[in-house]
Design a protein around this ligand. Structure first.
Ligand code: BGC
Length: 756
């Protein structure tokens, strides 16, 4: 330890402590020279280093660096090792550039495809998002550099992001929006966490004690530092109380003074200030301790960026096996993105790439292609000459590769999309080319799904997402078969915007938005509603085929505290090497709460040579079966049968089996006069106390009426009684002793049995 934190805490004045709780400027913490406390530097993140150029007055002027694929692409790799590899490269860059914390990854859930910042996030699925974030963090931190897992929590839209109040029930928060953070915190222990701008159920995240202390620290055991997103602080004193350690960027002493005044007035405890100060000191110390001399090789990282992107791209369509291309064919590339790829998004994650290789440059290593620009990106307007040239070019070639997607202005940090359409000029281009050449391959560059009205007119679709500065090389490797496509969608592609689960509640009205779709986000929604989707979650083609066999589930029945092992064998039955993402989903066959049909609980990516087989093993623990039960403020497994599904996508399940899980926890029940007869009879104790009597009433009802209630008299009587409150049964019995006193005694007896 470089700093003697205990001693320093004693020596710091209140003013100095308060000063340590906010940034010195945009990218640094404060130093206290008197006590030799140094300042440390933080920088964006997440998919590259955006370090402020030395001496620059503009906080957005960054040094040259490498832009790796963005999170929307990375998650499609379903490859933990790949994310760790990228994290290590980022860590090396930060070490060399003396950056202590790189701001990322972001693991917010893609609630709507419209969120302008979806490209910076991993998935609609919390398990996948959490696993990817954890792998990224492990890589960076293995190099002695910290990460800042962001934006905690539920930052799912850009619209009014600093003031929006999200109404989200706790089960939904725990199962969907908090879960990726929980996974990453528990697995990878990020040095820091960045709170989000938005409000959740009335509280700004920067002053939400439930979020920052009760959940994050007490439930999950996090002991690192929480910093604010840039400008997310509303009430700094409330923030200190809630557990927000560091305000970023500088508040120029204004909020520090509020902290000092609040302590002096007795409104804020010195203990709370000390806790935050101690965490800032610990981070500073850790950063200083971890500093090592380092160098990094830009060209090598550029190559790595291309290599990673080749593992992320998703082949969504490949009719007639039109891909891979043959170098001897006559091929043309059409579209501005072929020459100037869109490979990253706008905003705080924007990297000053030292170079970017386009597909048009990269293709020179393969063959000669003709090129036509086809469209412009500055505005959505067809330029007749460009269109004509492109159609002409398409006529005389065997195959046409059209590079299309979203121009930068269509999606960015700071605002959301209002539709899912691609520019009309690009759609017109594709449809016009279709008239002269049916061998169309579309390569997409976009940060989030788009509607595909031209899908029937193209033979292949290769989704590159925003693939980083090596995207051109990766594209050519995939197009010509030097690399095999192995990405799988980390989000569902709906048919149209109106199908999306949050359609009626995005982005909300004024400063209020209701997450009324609950846990039914992404495929959880489309599956429950049996809806058609364009491409399902987990989907992606390859240049080979895989077969699944030998599902083995270690037990027929387990207790919730036992681990279940599931295995299967996957065989590459095609003729080339390829990688498969083996996905495991779990679904509760019968449940007393609404649950998704299936939820991803495991995935493994494997590479197999032609003809090769491998056994894939998954371990499932309690969380694979549990839902969050607010009645006990805990994860709860309802006993019963669960379906185990293993497959190649959420809609391509190849093997199924089941397991009976015994939950050990019981939900608290307390019956009153207003509990229904049905609820009381649903437990064995209730049946014991009231069963006979209720049975008698039912019989009485049918006897009274003969078959007057119909041929199903007994069933009907039961149905009517089932929803009757217990107080109602008093009217079914004329005996005077069957009265309210009697009923209370019986209910007390039942409640005592249940508690015992
Ligand atoms: C973004 C963060 C980013 C920070 C610093 C904020 O506007 O929301 O993700 O790390 O700026 O640039």
């Amino acid at each position: 330890m470089t700093l003697n934190i205990k001693k320093i805490l004693k020596e710091l004045t209140l003013e100095e402590k308060a000063s340590l709780l906010s940034g010195a400027d945009f990218w640094h913490t404060k130093a206290v020279e008197r006590l030799a406390i140094p300042q440390i530097m933080v920088s964006d993140g997440p998919h590259g280093l955006r370090k402020n150029a030395e001496g620059s007055a503009n906080p957005n002027e960054a040094i040259k660096a490498v832009c790796f694929p963005t999170a929307c692409a990375l998650a499609c790799s379903f490859d933990r090792n790949l994310l760790t590899m990228m994290g290590k490269a980022l860590g090396e860059e930060c070490q060399a550039e003396k950056v202590s914390v790189i701001l990322g990854p972001g693991c917010n859930i893609k609630r709507s495809p419209l969120c302008g910042r979806n490209f910076e996030y991993f998935s609609e699925d919390p398990y996948l998002a959490g696993e990817m974030a954890a792998a990224h963090i492990k890589g960076v931190q293995s190099k002695g550099v910290g990460t800042s897992l962001k934006h905690f929590a539920a930052n799912n839209q850009e619209n009014r992001r600093l003031t929006i109040n999200e109404r989200i029930d706790e089960r939904t928060l725990r199962e969907i929006y908090l879960a990726p953070f929980e996974i990453a915190v528990k697995q990878a222990d990020p040095w820091t966490i960045m709170c989000s701008y938005n409000r959740i159920n009335g509280y700004h995240s920067s002053q939400n004690k439930w979020l920052l202390t009760d959940v994050l620290r007490n439930d999950w055991g996090y002991s690192g530092l929480v910093m604010s997103d840039w400008g997310a602080v509303d009430d700094r004193v409330a923030g200190v109380k809630a557990g927000l350690d560091l305000e970023m960027p500088a508040s120029f002493g204004k909020n520090d003074k509020l902290i000092v005044d609040a302590v002096n007035r007795g409104e804020l405890s010195m203990e709370a200030v000390d806790k935050c100060t101690e965490r800032v000191l610990r981070l500073t110390d850790k950063a200083e301790e971890s500093r090592t001399p380092a160098k990094w090789d830009m060209e090598a990282h550029h190559e790595l960026a291309a290599k990673i992107e080749a593992q992320c791209a998703v082949l969504l369509k490949n009719d007639d096996d039109i891909l891979p291309l043959d170098r001897n064919e006559k091929i043309c590339f059409i579209g501005e993105f072929a020459a100037k790829p869109r490979y990253q998004g706008g905003g705080s994650s924007h990297i000053n790439s030292f170079k970017a290789v386009s597909a048009l440059e990269a293709v020179k290593d393969y063959c000669k292609v003709e090129y036509a620009q086809g469209y412009i990106t500055e505005e959505d307007r067809t330029v007749p000459e460009l269109l004509e040239q492109a159609v002409d070019c398409a006529k005389y070639n065997d195959k046409v590769v059209i590079f299309a997607g979203l121009p930068e202005s269509f999606e960015s940090e700071g605002y959301d999309r209002t539709h899912m359409r691609m520019p009309d000029c690009q759609i017109e281009l594709i449809n016009e080319i279709y008239k002269v050449n049916k061998n169309i391959i579309v390569v997409l560059h976009n940060g989030s799904p788009v509607e595909l009205p031209f899908i029937g007119n193209i033979k292949a679709l290769l989704e590159m997402y925003l693939g980083g500065q090596g995207v051109g090389k990766a594209t050519c490797e995939l197009l010509f078969g030097d690399a095999a496509p192995c990405g799988r969608l980390a989000e569902s592609w709906c048919m149209k915007l109106e199908d999306t689960p949050s359609y009626l509640n995005f982005p909300g009205v004024g400063d209020e938005v209701s997450y009324s779709e609950g846990v039914f986000v992404g495929y959880r929604y489309y599956d429950k509603k049996k809806m058609e989707v364009r491409f399902p979650f987990g989907f992606g083609l390859s240049y080979t085929k895989f077969e699944y066999s030998d599902l083995v589930i270690s037990e027929n029945e387990i207790n919730e505290d036992q681990t279940l092992t599931v295995s299967c064998t996957v065989t590459n039955v095609g003729s080339r090497t390829g990688s498969e993402v083996v996905q495991l989903y779990v679904g509760d066959k019968e449940s007393s709460v609404m649950r998704p049909v299936k939820e991803l609980k495991g995935f493994e990516k494997i590479t197999l040579k032609a003809g090769e087989s491998r056994k894939v093993v998954f371990n499932l623990d309690k969380r694979a079966f549990a839902y969050y039960e607010t009645a006990i403020n805990d994860w709860f497994v309802e006993y019963g049968e669960f379906e185990i599904m293993v497959g190649a996508s959420s809609r391509d399940i190849r093997l199924t089996g089941s397991v009976y899980v015994n939950g050990t926890a019981k939900l608290p029940v307390h019956f009153t006069f207003n509990s229904t007869v049905g609820d009381v009879l649903s437990c064995s104790e209730g049946k014991e106390v009231f069963g006979e009597l209720i049975d008698k009433f039912c019989k009485g009802m049918t006897d009274m009426n003969g078959d007057g209630l119909g041929s199903n008299s007994m069933e009907l009587a039961l149905a009517m009684l089932k929803d009757t409150p217990m107080r109602g049964i008093l009217c079914y019995d004329e005996r005077p002793e069957i009265n309210r006193v009697w009923l209370q005694e019986m209910l007390d007896r039942l409640n005592a049995m249940l508690e015992g």
